[in-house]
Design a protein around this ligand. Structure first.
Ligand code: ADP
Ligand code: GLC
Length: 473
């Protein structure tokens, strides 16, 4: 058994902007259930300071991040068996948002240095440092090339790509925050275009690179999905692998979920209808059992196939369906969606923003969950919706392909609906089929619900795969 230190830009229950936070909030706990040791280190954002005043101050130390020399304060807490550390540096992290600032390169190089510098100050002694996405991609090269203390040479490095689109590419002058010579720029290891790339450095210097589904692990080797990193990734050979995400099945449990109007389980799903009526009522939709309610919970970006949905909105609403969309993001998409309520009164609703509780009610109250992503490294939403008996309709890409089995009317197998090519008419074709099954093959639909709810979306299998990976190192 090993000790794993997860380093991440976000993680539940403290801070979340997307699925990365779900993973960091549940995989470490799943590993501790298997007997591994697990700790997580996060930046201490303003929201964490405000929402978690009980965090314990551990110590203060200075961090030399190239030309930057600043003090930071280390906080900690423990939830069940997982230890959480927080790097507090208010110049960098006491801000309203998480990412998207002009000095992100400097902020996250500082965070990476602080996460490594904290190691002599804490009791937790990692065997493996598990970094995630661009925010922490610099850690393997820093640990291997900047730190001379032999302790730092013992750590093994796993780097998980949750989304290859966001690469942490910054101007070359960001190198002033690294304690690395120009050699690593000149040899091309961190150079990308004319700047530096955290993602590239993570891929090259980690001992193992993983991504969050097997299909995405294959897709990113192609120019279509590789975001210009496909050659760097191909060089990893067998050291690149896909391990599909799970979800926290205690938090996401329709039989105990406190956000729901009524609880239900696979053994008795009658209350799912009550959840639907209560959701319709809450949102101002016509309250009716017998109309298909379609749900979407998402960041509003092109990645999530929002252009297919906008293109086909009229066609979707020409069917006998209701639609609820919860999300925020791209301004154009938000503005387009804001029109739907007046165009389709009592039939379509857009809730603009982030709302955890409403998301639970949508996962429970809808009949169908629409997720026609352009690409999807894994996807957490379709896993949650299956657990809540809400049938996913997805595009066959990345983790969506690996986790949703298309319905087969002849033998009754399947857990959802899917289409292959990223085209509006393909999506509409499958949606029309799903609508037909919903209205005219009620036994088939009930079977689909049971099958979706029976899918094992827990971390059990994938945590075992991560354990095996750590062990192999
Ligand atoms: P991604 O990480 O690419 O955004 P995932 O499907 O992996 O996509 O994870 C998204 C997570 O964020 C899910 O837990 C989903 O329920 C949640 N989520 C996304 N948008 C919202 C929102 N507007 N309100 C509440 N939860 C949201
Ligand atoms: C990223 C991906 C999403 C994945 C999540 C967690 O945000 O877009 O597909 O589920 O990370 O790994």
């Amino acid at each position: 058994m090993k000790n794993i230190l997860f380093v991440s830009g976000e993680g539940l229950p403290f801070i979340k902007s997307g699925g990365l936070a779900d993973v960091i909030g549940s995989l470490p706990a799943a590993l501790t259930k298997r007997g591994e040791g697990a700790a997580v280190v996060l930046p201490m954002y303003k929201r964490i300071i405000e929402k978690f005043p009980e965090l314990k101050e551990e110590c203060t130390f200075r961090v030399h991040s190239g030309v930057i020399d600043k003090q930071c304060v280390l906080y900690s807490t423990k939830i069940d068996e997982v230890i959480y550390y927080f790097i507090r540096q208010d110049d960098y992290f006491y801000r309203d948002g998480l990412y998207g600032y002009a000095d992100d390169g400097e902020r996250f190089i500082f965070f990476c240095h602080a996460a490594l510098d904290m190691l002599p100050h804490i009791k937790f002694k990692p065997d493996v440092i598990h970094t995630n996405d661009w925010h922490t991609g610099m850690i393997p090269i820093m640990c291997k090339q900047e730190y001379t203390d032999p302790e730092y040479k013992k750590y093994k490095h796993v780097y998980t790509i949750h989304n290859l689109l966001f690469q942490g590419n910054f101007p070359k002058e960001t190198m002033r925050c690294l304690n690395l010579s120009d050699h690593y720029w000149n040899n091309g290891d961190i150079k990308f275009d004319n700047g530096i790339s955290f993602m590239k450095a993570g891929i090259i210097y980690a001992d193992k690179v993983t991504t969050v589904s097997q299909t995405y692990a294959r897709e990113i080797l192609t120019s279509e999905y590789g975001e210009r990193m496909e050659k760097v990734l191909a060089n990893k050979g067998d050291n690149l692998l896909g391990i599909v995400n799970g979800i926290d099945i205690d938090n996401w449990n329709p039989s105990t979920d406190k956000a729901l109007y009524k609880n239900y389980s696979i053994n008795d799903i009658r209350n799912k209808k009550a959840c639907k009526r209560s959701l319709q009522y809450q949102l101002g939709l016509r309250v009716a059992d017998d109309v298909m309610l379609i749900g979407i919970v998402t960041r509003l970006t092109w990645q999530k196939g929002m252009h297919l949905i906008l293109d086909k909105l009229t066609n979707i609403m020409n069917q006998d369906v209701q639609l609820v969309i919860l999300g925020s993001g791209d301004n154009y998409i938000e503005n387009e969606l804001k029109k739907i309520e007046s165009t389709y009164p009592h039939r379509a609703v857009f809730y603009c923003g982030y709302n955890e509780e409403l998301s639970h009610r949508i996962y429970a109250g809808c009949d169908l969950f629409l997720m026609p992503s352009l690409f999807e490294p894994c996807g957490i939403s379709q896993l949650i919706s299956m657990r809540y008996g809400t049938i996913p309709l997805v595009r066959e890409t990345g983790g969506l392909k690996d986790t949703v089995q298309p319905f087969n009317e002849y033998d009754g197998t399947g857990t959802g609906f899917s289409f292959r090519y990223f085209r509006g008419d393909e999506m509409m074709h499958v949606l029309a089929y799903a609508i037909k099954v919903y209205y005219y093959n009620k036994a088939g639909w009930r079977k689909l619900i049971r099958q979706a709810m029976s899918v094992d979306v827990s971390w059990d299998n994938s945590a075992r795969e991560y354990s095996q990976l750590y062990e192999s190192m």
